[in-house]
Write a protein that binds this ligand. Sequence first.
Ligand SMILES: *[C@@H]1O[C@H](CO)[C@@H](O)[C@H](O)[C@H]1NC(C)=O
Ligand SMILES: *[C@@H]1O[C@H](CO)[C@@H](O)[C@H](O)[C@H]1NC(C)=O
Ligand SMILES: *[C@@H]1O[C@H](CO)[C@@H](O)[C@H](O)[C@H]1NC(C)=O
Ligand SMILES: *[C@@H]1O[C@H](CO)[C@@H](O)[C@H](O)[C@H]1NC(C)=O
Ligand SMILES: *[C@@H]1O[C@H](CO)[C@@H](O)[C@H](O)[C@H]1NC(C)=O
Ligand SMILES: *[C@@H]1O[C@H](CO)[C@@H](O)[C@H](O)[C@H]1NC(C)=O
Ligand SMILES: *[C@@H]1O[C@H](CO)[C@@H](O)[C@H](O)[C@H]1NC(C)=O
Length: 450
Amino acid sequence: MLAAGHSLRCLEPLLVLSRRKSQAYLRAISVCVLLVFFWANLPLFASLEKRMLRNAYTPSSLGFEYKNLPGANDTVVVMRTGSTEIQDKLPIHMATTLRRYPDSIIFSDYEEDFENRQVIDALESVDSHLKDTNPDFELWRRLKQGGRSVLHQDELSGQSIWLDHGIGKAENPGWKLDKFKFLPMVNRTLHDYPDKKWYIFVEPDTFIFWQTLLVYLSNLDWTKSYYLGGEMQIGDVIFAHGGMGFIVSRPALESVVAQYQAHQREYEDFTEGHWAGDCVLGKALKDAGTSLTWAWPIFQGDDVGNMNYNYTKLWCQPTVSYHHVSPSVIQDLFDFEKTWMSDTNNTSFLRHRDIFKLFALPRMNATRTHWDNFCTDDRGPADSLQECRAICVADKSCLQYQVNAEDKCLTTSRPNVGQSATNTTSDWIFERVQEFYDQAEDCQGVRWIS
Ligand SMILES: *[C@@H]1O[C@H](CO)[C@@H](O)[C@H](O)[C@H]1NC(C)=O
Ligand SMILES: *[C@@H]1O[C@H](CO)[C@@H](O)[C@H](O)[C@H]1NC(C)=O
Ligand SMILES: *[C@@H]1O[C@H](CO)[C@@H](O)[C@H](O)[C@H]1NC(C)=O
Ligand SMILES: *[C@@H]1O[C@H](CO)[C@@H](O)[C@H](O)[C@H]1NC(C)=O
Ligand SMILES: *[C@@H]1O[C@H](CO)[C@@H](O)[C@H](O)[C@H]1NC(C)=O
Ligand SMILES: *[C@@H]1O[C@H](CO)[C@@H](O)[C@H](O)[C@H]1NC(C)=O
Ligand SMILES: *[C@@H]1O[C@H](CO)[C@@H](O)[C@H](O)[C@H]1NC(C)=O
């Protein structure tokens, strides 16, 4: 729960980058409150596909390109999921991203074998009195009794909307447990993998460009205490947003684990009164002497289909992570990265500019049905897509348009790929989107955020 006196503040870059997504809500509530929604994984836009694609993935064939990447053996990737979402969200990773990593570890709130992978109950070492008595552990106690079959349909992530009336307190029982996972998770990770240089924490709706991340890490000194990720603030704690993925170097992990082991009770008490596990971990890291390195825009809070490419601070920066990525987009990004890697060498990395050119542009080249390219400017009713296109063509600043489920024409001057959405048809004026790219700056050199 949001403790009294604690306000959530999004730091400047996040505020800017989430502007597009928030527009429908801006009139009613502030951007910061809104960010709590995203941060709480609220599936804002229709995510029908998650259900349709459930279990539909077959393992991709992977070549040497992933296994032999320089530095990969010095990492472990830590996936944090939960019993209410595992069936909807993990299979795509089993078939794609998890196969790239030499070492990975999966945490949930229930121990099980999932498609022949061990899934660890992150809560195993939480104080047993707390687990037996705290109402937030009601789900955990039920799972212990009867496994995932005890879950009700409306508790599963694919169906339930984690709406919380704007105060950051979500109703999903999986979410209530999630905050307790973080410190036990880092403790167990260090115990199982004490010798890695870098510990990479992700969630199932995070996508990481793996080679680009490894190139980034090769530019940093792992013997220093590092805690890298997309910045967020609650009260006076600045922390890395969990969904954007974050990285901890071994010295930082060792010190936070020592801190936790020495003060387990205090951190459990603090967690009980808090609502955000990534914030709890950020506080513990700070207590142990490691401050966050603000790594936006290398780490993104939004999906690759929902970027503000008009933001010059972003264009030439490398890009490592996206959040709110649906299973089908994870597949798309994974295939994209694989093709890109076969065309390049093991020291190359991707910038936002490269993603615009190589990933976004080819996806803006034809009409897409059941697709929402995030147009915002209401141009009134339209009888046809052609009529809407004509409105866009007549407005020199218009780059893209759509006819939505209510047969309204919407346009915008901000180029975006978008995401699947029932009954909306989207299109682009391709020459103008191409021109947007051609007119944007060229990129020279790179400054890795450290
Ligand atoms: C990583 O470790 C594996 C297994 O020990 C080894 O086969 C591979 O050569 C290593 N890769 C690199 C780049 O060192
Ligand atoms: C990276 O690529 C270079 C040049 O192609 C190659 O010599 C080197 O062995 C590669 N590194 C690894 C760890 O595969
Ligand atoms: C840390 O992990 C070890 C190994 O799993 C476990 O024995 C210990 O109880 C954990 N400590 C805390 C404070 O969770
Ligand atoms: C790898 O590719 C980049 C970009 O194409 C190039 O600048 C660099 O020289 C290449 N490095 C090697 C070792 O081939
Ligand atoms: C866009 O489509 C045209 C016609 O199909 C094709 O020639 C062109 O290469 C495409 N451009 C991109 C960037 O995909
Ligand atoms: C793009 O950025 C420029 C300069 O900041 C601004 O004038 C323009 O309105 C922006 N366009 C969009 C579509 O956000
Ligand atoms: C989409 O359109 C179909 C046919 O008009 C309609 O039956 C359906 O309810 C619509 N779905 C949504 C989500 O608007």
